[in-house]
Design a protein around this ligand. Structure first.
Ligand SMILES: Nc1ncnc2c1ncn2[C@@H]1O[C@H](COP(=O)(O)OP(=O)(O)O)[C@@H](O)[C@H]1O
Ligand SMILES: Cc1cn([C@H]2C[C@H](O)[C@@H](COP(=O)(O)O)O2)c(=O)[nH]c1=O
Length: 216
């Protein structure tokens, strides 16, 4: 029985790497995948991992019908034995419904990869629909860590290392951004709630003691 599986986690926990491994293992056995992505950092029509691997993919545009895309592809006599959708948080809810239809009506496995929540810890609409529709939701095993050493569960957006809570939901970026750029940092919930990033924690640790010292 084919499945819709949602592999999720924070940024930088290895989702794209796993997508590329699934693709590698299946193509090594002669299977052909249809690979979708949207807004990958490496550019349009790319699925890339921080380990340096990259493969070509179909860039999903606004309003694209993913089910129709598969039907067109197959009716031209071309193969697709399974589907991978990376950066699935950026897909519209309707496109997730189309992926579920690919599983049910075309009997293909669909592996979707994405972050569940945005920098304000709100569900992305595409991820919400995946949680609603997936046969299985798998949280990645390789945990990203907060600066304090706890498991990172949340994604913070930063400007110059300082966490921000205003802005558009979608801003493509990375966890290794230079000062002043918009970047991201993964944090545990405690430090996300306190808006305490590695930079602000370091600054607080270096600040002179603010408590008055009594002379008598
Ligand atoms: N230089 C490195 N050596 C070993 N592992 C690395 C290195 N750089 C990145 N990684 C691994 O790659 C993971 C990020 O993989 P990636 O697939 O790009 O993440 P995601 O798609 O979840 O954002 C990191 O959590 C880390 O485990
Ligand atoms: C938290 C958050 C992230 N994004 C963007 C930043 C990256 O381009 C991707 C996540 O990619 P990764 O492979 O999982 O690292 O999402 C965003 O647009 N909005 C956010 O709130």
């Amino acid at each position: 029985m084919s499945e819709l599986v949602f592999f999720c986690g924070t940024m930088d926990c290895g989702k794209s790497t796993l997508a590329l491994q699934i693709e590698h293992n299946r193509s090594a056995r002669g299977l052909v995948g249809m690979i979708f992505t949207r807004n990958d950092r490496a550019g349009q029509g790319k699925l890339s991992s921080r380990l340096g691997l990259v493969t070509d993919a179909v860039e999903v545009e606004d309003g694209a019908d993913l089910y129709a895309h598969l039907v067109d592809h197959l009716s031209q006599g071309r193969r697709a034995d399974y589907v991978i959708a990376d950066e699935a948080q950026f897909l519209a809810p309707e496109q997730i419904d189309q992926l579920a239809r690919v599983v049910d009506d075309l009997d293909l496995d669909v592996y979707a990869f994405g972050i569940t929540t945005d920098f304000r810890s709100k569900l992305f609409p595409g991820s919400q629909r995946l949680v609603e529709l997936a046969d299985r939701v798998e949280v990645l095993q390789v945990e990203a860590l907060c600066w304090c050493g706890a498991r990172a569960t949340h994604n913070a957006r930063t400007v110059g290392g300082v966490m921000v809570v205003e802005g558009a939901q979608v801003v493509v970026g990375d966890v290794t951004s230079s000062t002043d750029e918009i970047g991201y940092e993964v944090l545990c919930r405690r430090h996300h709630r306190r808006r305490m990033t590695a930079a602000t924690a370091r600054a607080a640790a270096l600040a002179p003691d603010v408590l008055p010292v009594s002379s008598g």
